[in-house]
Design a protein around this ligand. Sequence first.
Ligand code: BGC
Ligand code: MN
Length: 329
Amino acid sequence: MRLNLCKIFIVKLVHFLRQNWLRFAVSITFLICIWPNRYAPHYPYIASDEILDELIERTTPNVTQQFAGKLSCDYNNVISENQFMYREPYISTLLDGSDIRLGGEWMPSTCAPKYSTAVIVVYRQREKQLDAFLTYIHNFLRKQLIHYRIFVIEQYDQKPFNRAMLFNIGFVYASQFDFPCLILHDVDLMPMNLGNLYVCTRKPRHMCSSLDKFRFNLLYHGLFGGVVSMETKVYQFINGMSNKFSGWGGEDDDFYERLQAKKIDICRFGPDHSQYTMLKHNQEAPSENRIAFLSNGSLRYNTDGLNSLEYKEKEVKLHKLFTHVLAIT
Ligand code: BGC
Ligand code: MN
């Protein structure tokens, strides 16, 4: 009896699909591709006309001095026009790199920048991605009229990749240059909207909330990986990131928990200002102990981080497009 009902149901379903296959295909395509909610903001964010008020105006002491009395750069247009930048020629060609200083530093020449940012990129054995990143990011950042310097922190050993420890190392070098603002950056993520200013906001900011890999959706509210910005003093205040998470996963969640523990909220820009594309690579195997470290992380916030950082500096090289730190973890 039950089997018969089942059979009837299947036969009817097949019949229905045969008769309506076009409508069915169109509906499915609509659901997958052009669903109105696909780019929907599922999260609270700073409205674009409020972005400027949220930015922290601070430059490194040498830049402050150098531009004293000069007219400030204007950032209104950069934010409101929000040009889509991930296109030719910006992605493939470095456009007149002669104004980039050795070590990957740049500042505008016609107006006084209001912001100084150290972009810290963690890296190992992804030469093609690093090439693509450096070309694009210099084209992108110079159009934002900020003062910045690119630091590439390379893990120069064969141990599992320790993303968080490399950011702690990056902090050390960015601090030597007195950068008030840090952007912690994966090498495979490309910002697409010019209005996503590479500048610190009052609250630490998750910058890549609209990532193509996740079909431009935010996976969960506490996601704080990929690309984030934070004042240098806040990074120091929470003792940086944990040094314990070697291998893939969890270190960014622990970082978020560190902020929460100090009652520091995070913020985001809207999806129109936070689109990123991820360069393709094989998915790393998640580390096995990440869940355990995450669950008892709070016991270590004060003892595991910047204040327990140990590494060996193999070399620091100044390249044309970046400052290269080779570190043994
Ligand atoms: C991991 C994070 C990662 C996120 C998104 C989480 O399960 O713990 O480290 O950033 O997934 O891929
Ligand atoms: Mn990646």
